[in-house]
Design a protein around this ligand. Structure first.
Ligand code: NAP
Length: 247
């Protein structure tokens, strides 16, 4: 919890719905002014911003496709102009379309790497020169990296790249007192997980963790809130697999 509400600034990419929206809500409750980033879902992002501001928080919606460097630069500029210099960056935006490697089109490969890897690269590069010392960066991997499931080669490869960014960037920021960590969720009940799955497949995934349920966006938001808090000051360069014990 920040002592002065809305004094510290957090950017949450892909915050119009799903895990990102839960993170924006939680960080706002914890006292951060929040940039709710989105690529196309403007009405959802605007509704979330109205909700956060109505509850005494300070939030702005900023449209930016994270795969485009110029849009990411503008997002940081808008954050600085409207809320202040950035303290926390949550690289949550991501896409998946489970497809066997042999059936993956060039377009699907490019889109998945552009958003998941280049998008994270773009925000990290921008953050390096712009974030306040003492800040927090939290990237998004996935437990699929540990499971090596058929159909997840491209997606898991993008998240493996994000894990490598996390380990190396934590060291490259030496002297800035900025921590860089990643969260790797298991299956979480969001559109990204439900899309294209049958009820039977959903039940199968829900039974996989020993805790025998799907994760909820709030389960992941509370892990992110911990990593963004002073309590996690000594956690750096780590990947935290939040998945109910799945792997
Ligand atoms: P989601 O419900 O599909 O939400 C994705 C969010 O990302 C949306 O707000 C979307 O906004 C935004 N987004 C997509 N492309 C973007 C782009 N190019 N630039 C900016 N924003 C963009 O997904 P989720 O389940 O919450 O997933 C969040 C993160 O957790 C992802 O990195 C995902 O890989 C990871 N993860 C999820 C699960 C799971 O089971 N759900 C498991 C492991 C890891 P627009 O609609 O405006 O594009």
């Amino acid at each position: 919890m920040n002592t002065i509400r809305n004094a510290q600034v957090a950017i949450v990419t892909g915050a119009s719905r799903g895990i990102g929206a839960a993170i924006a809500r939680r960080l706002s409750t914890d006292g951060f002014a929040v940039v709710v980033n989105y690529a196309s879902s403007s009405s959802e992002a605007d509704a979330l911003v109205a909700e956060l501001n109505g509850a005494g928080g300070r939030a702005v919606a900023v449209k930016a496709d994270v795969s485009k460097a110029a849009e990411v630069r503008r997002m940081f500029e808008t954050a600085e102009q409207q809320l202040g210099k950035v303290d926390v960056l949550i690289n949550n935006a991501g896409v998946i379309k489970p497809t066997p490697l042999a059936d993956t089109s060039d377009e699907l490969y490019d889109r998945t790497f552009d958003i998941n890897v280049r998008g994270t690269f773009n925000t990290l590069r921008e953050a390096a020169g712009r974030m306040n010392d003492g800040g927090r960066i939290i990237n998004f991997s996935s437990t699929t990296v540990a499971l090596n499931m058929p159909g997840y080669a491209i997606y898991s490869a993008t998240k493996a790249a994000v894990e490598t960014f996390t380990h190396v960037f934590a060291k490259e920021l030496r002297g800035r007192n900025i921590t860089v960590n990643a969260v790797a969720p298991g299956p979480v009940a969001t559109a990204l997980f439900f899309d294209g799955k049958t009820d039977e497949q959903i039940q199968h995934f829900a039974k996989m963790p020993p805790l025998e349920r799907l994760g909820q966006p709030e389960d992941i938001a509370s892990v992110v809130a911990f990593l963004a808090s002073p309590a996690a000051a000594w956690v750096n360069g780590q990947v935290l697999r939040a998945n109910g014990g799945l792997a």
